[in-house]
Design a protein around this ligand. Structure first.
Ligand SMILES: [Zn+2]
Length: 207
């Protein structure tokens, strides 16, 4: 966890983490860089790195299992499905950002995945308190649907949906957690400063 006073680590292992919601960070695995749209999840190895960087896969046991799938045709097939889902999720998010809601067809798809890949939870005692704990021990590549679809459903059911926004200057989506709800950019370092400098130069030139 980071606080406002800490330097936020925006890039982890080559992936952007500025969205405040892992599922939006997942959408942001296809940013537009200088050469145009870039697929940051081109293969299973990249997916493995993203799952670990995003903390979706955390236990040593789960990491070892996921690492074992580098040459797995099932994992490659899962990645194809996941990328296609990511783009349908992007459509749904764009609809939310424009004040609309996701299509019934998309909600039906999410519901079907929720049913097939339920989140496994249990109660534990920690410091005398009873807390929920998510058990995620993937055994096959499609088990990775569980944390992804759970996070997607969580976003779609977001009550403060007006805080789901796209950067004013690029394709990156984020969830605005600022107090005023006035965040405009994916990141000050990436787009904020660029725009501020551009505005300053325009003012200086007097146009
Ligand atoms: Zn941006």
């Amino acid at each position: 966890m980071t606080t406002a006073s800490q330097e936020v680590n925006e890039w982890i292992d080559g992936f952007l983490f500025v969205a405040n919601r892992p599922i939006l960070d997942f959408l942001n695995t296809k940013p537009v860089l200088t050469d145009g749209p870039t697929e940051l999840l081109p293969d299973v190895r990249a997916l493995e790195r993203w799952l670990i960087a995003s903390d979706m896969v955390t236990s040593p046991k789960a990491k070892a299992v996921v690492r074992g799938w580098r040459q797995s045709p099932e994992a490659a097939a899962f990645l194809d499905q996941l990328i296609a889902f990511r783009e349908r999720l992007r459509e749904a998010v764009v609809r939310i950002e424009s004040g609309s809601s996701p299509t019934d067809a998309f909600l039906a798809e999410v519901n079907s995945l929720l049913l097939q890949h339920p989140r496994h939870t249990s109660l534990h005692k920690r410091d005398g308190m009873v807390v929920w704990e998510t058990l995620f021990e993937p055994r096959k590549p499609t088990d990775l649907w569980a944390p992804i679809i759970d996070a997607a459903a969580d976003l779609l059911a977001e009550t403060e949906s007006s805080r789901i926004r796209k950067c004013e200057s690029c394709v990156v989506h984020f969830f605005d957690t600022s107090k005023k709800g006035s965040r405009r950019w994916c990141s000050m370092n990436i787009c904020g400063n660029k725009l501020k400098v551009a505005a300053y130069q325009r003012r200086k030139r007097g146009d």
